[in-house]
Ligand binder design. Sequence first.
Ligand SMILES: [Zn+2]
Ligand SMILES: [Zn+2]
Ligand SMILES: [Zn+2]
Length: 366
Amino acid sequence: MKIRTDFVSLWQSVKQMGAKERDFTFDIVNSQDLEIDDQLERGIEIKLDDLETTGGLLSYKGRQILLYIPDQGRSISDVLADPEKGRKFHVADCRTLNDMRGKGRFERYVITNELSGIFKVSGQDPYSGYVEGESQLRVCKNCLSYLNYQGYQTEPGSRVGIYKGFTLDSFFKTYSTKFRYLPKRNTNRKGAYSDDWAEVSKNFRASKNWTCEECRVDLSDARNLLHTHHDDGNKHNNVPSNLVALCIDCHRKQAMHDSMEVSRGDMETILKLRGNQGLLDDLSDWGEVLALIDTAYDGVTRKIMRTARALPEVDGDIQNAKGEIVITPHLSWPGKKYAIVDDEKELQILASVGWRGETVENVLKQ
Ligand SMILES: [Zn+2]
Ligand SMILES: [Zn+2]
Ligand SMILES: [Zn+2]
């Protein structure tokens, strides 16, 4: 969903003016923010009633989080031997969390945005007493189902693979556009590239006319959003046949790119350019919709495609009587004046121009 604020257009103009060849991030240096990030990385104890949600995901002060319970009780030794026996961590406002809320049970709940997947656990072992250790706890299946993550709910045949292949890196990446602040990641992999990489990459992208070879978006005006990808994964194999020019959105969807997240501003730029260049017109099937839409909408798209009769418009602008764009939903059906949007506020915007709609959260709950 595009949020139209001065802040976003400022980002875009800054990029268009100066940031053509360099990747740079807009670090908002604010000591309070840094403190929140540090605390979250270590883990913050929280009451279930204080948990915030964003589109069904768990959130805390503009950040995506997960929730886990360190206390494994009498099973602690079993959990240390086999993480599958541990209490699952949660990534969504799932049924289990709702049950726990309803029971009003007192537990130590911890939220974090540390993505290693290794959790500090403890418990009272019947034989050896209090035990502490680390465990690679597993994800809650009700969370995956609720979000229809990668089609977990609607494509039962792929459930085992989705559960077994789950990584927090990939999960957080999927929803990176929904949060203002992104978690710290160990992405310092500069050394992996050859010394002349900057030059090789620039020349290669220029030879492709700054166009993504997957979705065909022309990024001449936002060159830092076009990457050079190594087909075989070997970052030293720079022969042209091994290189592919990909926009950051198509790039993050490649295998083994679990930590490549896209900011909300960058995704908006790409979707806007795709739209302006006619790449979102006349989509022929749901596969195309899934390939082009923001990945944060993947689960909800897979859910509605079972029942929707017509293909949606992806990122189509909705205008008011004066012809001003009031909102640009990721999924809309102009013929029916119906759209799926992020929240109640956006439902009101739809209503103001005579449209109806549903929030992502509501679609997921159905
Ligand atoms: Zn859950
Ligand atoms: Zn692309
Ligand atoms: Zn790549």
